[in-house]
Design a protein around this ligand. Structure first.
Ligand code: ASP
Length: 334
């Protein structure tokens, strides 16, 4: 029988009502899980539950929490067959992306899940999400960091939260689902991550100064001159369509150029959920490439941010980071 470690970090799944809105309640959550006979019956795996302290709304999750969860997985790597991380939905795609890079050579399932309605409420989606995440982790076919939510298993670094209130809250617009839970769980094995085996190792992340800029019609780039300095190591620009920015008579390109010369890595992502950046397809994107920005291709913004944290934490030079931003490391981009 598989042995799974559940790590509860907080989020709606373990929350209760308070007079200031939902807050995590770890004790009640543990009691609920331990008191549910179904979670201990065949075909459920053996599981243990640990909590990070304090349990958080995932809006409060930082690099420190990514490191803590990564360390818990690394410490328990040999003792368990797989891991289920309970996490708030708001930043789940960021955490999943970060862990996908940090857990180098991962050879076991790490499945993040949570819910839109607390487990203690009658219409909770948490029960289904949790049971399927445990079964998929116990199955041991998937050896990567994933999100299970709303009936689908998605690659973590391809996922994005796209609905604030639907029970199917996550999408993976540029990569197929790895599994779907219908009457039985159907695995899409051809989509699983294939990579050369390397020994498992945890790369801790540092709190690298990173920025995200979303372009909009009428944006006054000159206002960003103070921000786009060498103090920022990495910037993700969310552009229109295939990587386009307004380039008529504005000041972005000299600012980008100066930042690139100072060693800042500027990655171009798209505001479109689906498709890929293609620098040079239009005049409005050629200039970004000329100024030294790199293409984030079909990376989600979440994965681009996590990848910048990871590559800078590895201590690579800006040139190496620029080249790796355009190269898939663990299935995050084309
Ligand atoms: N604010 C909550 C969180 O991210 C939302 C959720 O879990 O659904 O922790």
């Amino acid at each position: 029988m598989s042995h799974i470690l559940m790590i509860n970090t907080g989020g709606t799944i373990s929350m209760v009502h308070s007079d200031r809105g939902y807050v995590p309640d770890g004790k009640r959550f543990r009691k609920m899980l331990e008191g549910t006979d179904l979670l201990k019956a065949y075909p459920m795996p053996d599981w243990d539950l640990i909590e990070t302290e304090p349990l958080l709304d995932s809006s409060n999750v930082t690099v420190a929490e990514w490191n803590r969860v990564g360390a818990l997985i690394a410490e328990n790597h040999d003792a368990y067959d797989g891991f289920v991380i309970l996490h708030g939905t708001d930043t789940m795609a960021y955490t999943a992306s970060a862990l996908s890079f940090m857990l180098e050579g991962l050879d076991k399932p790490v499945i993040l899940t949570g819910s839109q309605i607390p487990l203690g409420e009658i219409r909770s989606d948490g029960r289904d999400n949790l049971i399927n995440a445990l079964l998929i982790a116990a199955d041991r076919r998937v050896n990567e960091v994933c999100i299970f939510f709303g009936g689908k298993l998605l690659r973590g670094n391809r996922s994005t939260k796209y609905s604030a209130d639907e029970l199917i809250a996550f999408a993976s617009p540029n990569y197929p689902a790895l599994a779907e839970a219908g009457i039985s769980i159907f695995y899409n094995e051809s989509a699983f991550l294939k990579r050369d085996p390397v020994p498992f190792r945890l790369q801790q992340l540092e709190e690298i100064p990173i920025g995200v800029i979303k372009v909009f019609p009428g944006i006054q780039f000159s206002l960003f001159d103070q921000i786009l300095t060498e103090k920022l190591k990495g910037i993700v620009i969310e552009t229109f369509g295939t990587g386009n920015i307004p380039n008529g008579g504005n000041a972005l390109l000299p600012i980008v150029n100066k930042a690139v010369k100072n060693g800042t890595v500027i990655t171009v992502c798209s505001q479109c959920l689906q498709g890929t950046v293609s620098l040079g397809a239009y005049e409005t994107s050629s200039a970004l490439a000329d100024a030294g920005a790199v293409s984030g291709k079909d990376l989600t913004t979440e994965a681009a941010v996590a990848k910048l944290y990871y590559l800078f934490s590895k201590g690579y030079t800006p040139d190496k980071i620029k080249s790796l931003m355009e190269t898939s490391i663990c299935g995050e981009e084309k």
